[in-house]
Structures are given as C-alpha cells and as structure tokens.
Design a protein around this ligand. Structure first.
Ligand code: CTP
Length: 418
C-alpha cells in the first residue's frame, strides 16, 4: 500500500509548537507529510524546523498564488489523502466556514477535494463565542471533521475548553480518518462527519421549546424557553448519525439538517406526538412543558367590561409527558429529562429523577445561565451519581451529551421501528 499523504496546515497560535511533534509521529509511522504554514503560524514555528522533520519542502503564505507558476500549489491539496489543520485557529475556521481564500492555506482549503480534519486551538472565550460555535456547526455541516478541543489551563492563564488536542490524539484521529471506508458516492474516505457517527442506526426523539396553552384566541400561558438547547441536541443527534424526530413547541428556529420536525402548540398535543413517535432508542425531553393550562379555553376573546373586575383564570394540570412515557410499555431504553432550576439544582434534579422515573436528568441553573442564553452549565444526575460539566455553548453541551448517549446505548441492540 502506498504511504498515506498528509497535507498539514499549521495556523498561528502558541499551540503551533505541538505540530512539530505531530509531524514526528506521522513520519515515524511512514506517512508522507507536507506542511503549509500560515503567516501567523510562521511566528511560532519555522519553516526550517518543519522541513527538517517532514523531510519535505514547506510552503508558506509567501506563495501568493498570483504567479502562474505558483498556481501549481493548488495541486498540493489534491495530492494529499487527507488535509489536516492543526492548530485550527478561530480565524482560520471562520475563513473556512465563509469560504474565504486570501492566502495559500485558505486557498488550499477551498480548493481541496479531499477530506479535512481540523484540530481547534484558541482561547476559551473565543471557543465559547457564538460566532465560533456557528462556524464549527457550518464546517461540520460541510463535512469537515472538527475535533473537540481539550479542556484545561491555557497559555493565557484562563481555564476551560480550547486547548489543542494532544499530538497523539490528533494522530489517532488522522489514522481513524484514513482507515474509513471510501464513500460509494465520492470514492473518498467517508469520514466527515460520517467518520464519527456513534449513533448511526439509532432512533432518537427530542422535545424542545415551550408549550403555549391558550386562554382565549389571543392570549396564552407560556414560559421563557427558547428551544435553543433542544434544537442543538436534535442537530447533534443527526450529526452523530441518528434518525431524529424533533417535537417542537412554538419557537422561531430553523429545522436542523437531517431532522424530522413536528410542530405542536400545547402540552396535550406534544404528548400525542411523542406517543406517536415511539418506539425509539432514546428520548430526550428538553421541552419546558407548561405545568398548567387554562381549565376552559374561551372560544371568543375575553373582553374588559369596564367594571374593573378581573376575570378568574382557573387552571388544570397538564399531563406529565416524561413521567407517562417512563410508565408506558414503550419506554425507551434510555429516557432523559431536563430540569431548569433556580436553586438547589442537584437536589431538585435527584428528586425529579425519582419522581419521573427517567434514567438521567440533565439539570442546569437558570439563575446562572438564564433561559434563552447561549451557554449552559449542566449536571447529569443519574442513579450512578452526579457528573458536572463546565459551562459550554449549547451546541457543545449537545455534542458531549451525544457521546454519553452513544456510550450508554453501545451494548443495546437498536430498536426496530413499527
Ligand atoms: N416534563 C414533561 N411534561 C410536563 C412537565 C415536564 O414531560 N408536563 C418534562 C420536561 O420536558 C423535562 C422534565 O419533565 O424533561 C422536567 O421538567 P420540569 O418542568 O423541570 O418538571 P416539573 O415536574 O414541572 O417540576 P417543576 O415543579 O420544577 O416545574
């Protein structure tokens, strides 16, 4: 078999020094490595070091591709089996997501017809920024395999996710990518995002958003749920290869790629659609279901009669969808509830776990991360104990949850649809 060829694009950032070790690992195991340094990357590692280690010419942004002779460098990205971006800085990924090609590295990334693996490295705030998270979602949607960064202390002194994965981890991801079977459509390794589809063959049901409980034709009872976390979970489940049914309360969010969406308004409608969606391998009840509805919904708008009297509003309790699914004979093997709490988060979640009969409660403190925001700091409460995660953007919470769900389902046979 010919030696696998890696085109390694090295972005700027203090972590660029780790790319030296990556080149060493790749060469040691017989890969052909060609390195491209961005202008920023050149501030951290020298072309000479990389040339010595890769035993190949190193390309830098000095090649501006305006010269006809230099156009040949586009070939660089075609002659590789895999393009690796490490470190992938926030700036580089933003350009990739937008299709900007203003230097050699970004031109190669836009011109390539080969799979791309990106290993991000940046400051924790930059990683958590919604713009970066949006760009990562776009890149993954485009088929780029974006690794999760490591968590820990950063060169800038802050703590959190954003550190470049260790060279050994990138090396392992490269090997996994190269080992993926070629796609029957493209003939290329079908690895991104299909290389990592731990929920392939699974059916997942997600509820999301608030419910609206009508009082009369113009008024309703609702809550502040934005649906963002639930939609991010549906998107991550689809990205991980699952067949996803999303039952959404009234929200103004686009349907994530590859997700089947059913819109509902009330808790009663949501319960009906959930029942119709079973059986599934896992149900994730993220919706903030209204606990009560108006006991009698008026057919006509309630009018102020000028007497100053306030109309009575009698409430009736809504069905507890999660608790009812837990009791049903179609209970999914993995049933997950969410709990937005303002105090004693873990204690309330533990009580809810027992009361609702689900397997996990994903609890978050809405006093610290208000509903409708971009981040969540969650605690996964189960009979096995409590696992607390750092504050993460909602899409990152969703992706991490998918890994945990995939692990939990690993030994179970997939559920057959009716
Ligand atoms: N849930 C549900 N049906 C309801 C209420 C809640 O399926 N009628 C689900 C939610 O989707 C969530 C979990 O139960 O997964 C916890 O929701 P929450 O509103 O926190 O639970 P409640 O029992 O309503 O408790 P609280 O008194 O804290 O509102």
């Amino acid at each position: 078999m010919p030696a696998p060829r890696i085109l390694l694009i090295i972005g700027g950032g203090i972590a660029a020094y780790k790319s030296i070790e990556l080149v060493r690992l790749l060469r040691k195991s017989g890969h052909v490595v060609r390195c491209v340094l961005t202008r920023a990357g050149e501030q951290f590692v020298t072309p000479l070091t990389l040339a010595a280690l890769s035993e190949n010419k190193v390309y830098t942004s000095l090649f501006d591709l305006k010269d006809e002779v230099e156009m040949g460098h586009i070939q660089l990205s075609r002659e590789a089996d895999l393009v690796v971006v490490a470190p992938a800085t926030a700036d580089l990924m933003a350009k990739m997501a937008a299709g900007i090609a203003d230097d050699l590295a970004t031109t190669l990334l836009l011109a390539t017809d080969k799979p791309v693996l990106a290993a991000p490295a940046m400051n924790v705030r930059m990683w958590l920024h919604p713009a970066t998270q949006r760009n990562i979602a776009t890149l993954r949607g485009d088929g780029v395999s974006v690794m999760e960064p490591d968590e820990g202390e950063m060169a800038c002194g802050e703590y959190g996710p954003g550190r470049l994965p260790e060279p050994e981890a990138i090396f392992a991801a490269i090997k996994a990518a190269l080992a993926s079977a070629p796609s029957p459509l493209t003939g290329q390794p079908d690895f991104a995002p299909a290389n990592h589809r731990p929920l392939h063959g699974r059916r997942i049901l997600v509820t999301a958003g608030p419910t609206h409980e009508p009082i009369d034709p113009v008024r309703y009872i609702a809550n502040r749920s934005s649906g963002k976390q639930g939609f991010a979970i549906a998107a991550a489940a689809a990205e991980a290869g699952a067949e996803v049914l999303l039952i959404a309360g009234p929200v103004a969010l686009p349907t994530p790629a590859g997700v089947i969406r059913v819109d509902v308004e009330t808790a009663v409608e949501m319960e009906r659609e959930v029942a119709a969606g079973l059986p599934v391998d896992a149900a994730i009840m993220v919706a903030a279901v209204a606990d009560w509805r108006a006991a009698d919904t008026r057919a006509q708008k309630i009018k102020k009669d000028g007497s100053g009297e306030v109309p009575p509003l009698a409430l009736a309790e809504n069905p507890d969808i999660l608790a009812n699914v837990a009791k049903s004979d179609r209970r999914p093997p993995l049933l997950i509830g969410f709990a937005a709490e303002t105090n004693d988060v873990v204690a309330h979640a533990e009580a809810k776990l027992a009361r609702k009969g689900c397997d996990w409660i994903v609890a978050n403190d809405v006093a610290a991360d208000p509903m409708g925001g971009e981040t969540n700091r969650v605690h996964i409460v189960s009979n096995a104990g409590v696992e607390s995660w750092d504050r993460l953007p909602k899409p990152a919470v969703a992706r991490k949850l998918m890994e945990k769900i995939a692990d939990a389902l690993e030994t179970r046979a997939p559920i057959e649809a009716d």
